[in-house]
Design a protein around this ligand. Structure first.
Ligand code: HPA
Length: 270
């Protein structure tokens, strides 16, 4: 595994003209942040040695090098989901490659269903903590010597970046929530009983991604900032039938606000 990570990193290094220290993983329907990236240089996942290939609609599958907020960045357009059949090692492979490339800060985004009754569709939730509800742990198996066997998770989401994001949101009149994201395997959306259970667990929103990548990033010593877009409500009395298209539509609407926060955060504090 370590050898594959290093080979992938060596290939990317040979094609990179910049040395970004910031990476972004774009979630469902949030890929249009790409439109804000300047001086783009794209590499398709299928051209990258050892890289899994993304299959879900709404994820087009490429690495993008360029500038956002005036800084060099590396963006992943399309992530790998556990429900697609990838192993956790595959889901998190790009994060380890990022570490090898010198990435210091990772920005993640996703779409989620709110279990917090105070949330509305379209709300941006700054992720302040998470619950790992995947059936397999991303660090299961032999420890990769990027970090300790038993990594600390007391501050998975960087408090300083959250504080700066709050200041940007206030200044730009963007409403943000602070909440706990629960990551589960999917691909089913939750039953009402499952939403209720996740609320009892302490989740404010639930989705099918992010947690594995964040765990691996923290294991590698990468700082993390995450935003979740509430695309549907898993709250008793407000639950309606939903589809992937509904999720994408709601995410599309929230996209410009999320992009503003991410871009300004990168410009000012990264
Ligand atoms: N549940 C799980 N994943 C999701 C949801 C949801 O309600 N909405 C968007 N992704």
């Amino acid at each position: 595994m370590l050898q594959a990570i290093q080979e992938t990193a060596a290939y990317l290094r040979s094609r990179m003209q910049t040395s970004p220290e910031t990476a972004i993983i774009l979630g469902t329907g949030l890929g249009s942040l790409v439109g804000d990236i300047a001086e783009k240089h794209e590499i398709k996942y299928e051209d990258i040695p050892h890289f899994p290939v993304s299959t879900v609609e709404g994820h087009s599958g490429k690495l993008i090098f360029g500038k956002l907020g005036g800084k060099d960045i590396l963006a992943m357009q399309g992530r790998f989901h556990y429900y697609e059949g990838y192993s956790m090692q595959e889901v998190t492979f790009p994060v380890r490659v990022m570490r090898e490339l010198g990435i210091k800060t990772l920005f993640v985004s996703n779409a989620s269903g709110a279990t917090n009754p105070d949330y509305n569709i379209g709300d941006l939730m700054i992720i302040v903590d998470h619950i790992n509800y995947f059936p397999e742990h991303p660090l299961h198996g032999k420890n990769i010597p990027y970090g300790p066997r038993f990594p600390d998770m007391s501050e998975a989401y960087d408090k300083e970046l959250i504080r700066h994001a709050d200041a940007i949101a206030a200044e730009q009149h963007i409403k943000v929530q602070h909440g706990v994201y629960l990551g589960t395997q999917g691909p089913t959306f939750e039953t009402p009983a499952e939403y209720r259970l996740f609320r009892l667990f302490g989740a404010d929103a639930v989705g099918m991604s992010t947690v594995p990548e964040v765990i691996v990033a923290r294991h590698c010593g990468i700082r993390v900032f995450g935003v979740s877009v509430v695309t549907d409500l898993g709250v008793e009395g407000k639950i309606v039938e939903i589809s992937h298209e509904d999720v994408q539509r709601a995410a599309d609407e929230a996209q410009p606000r999320m992009t503003t926060i991410m871009r300004e955060l990168i410009r000012r504090f990264n």
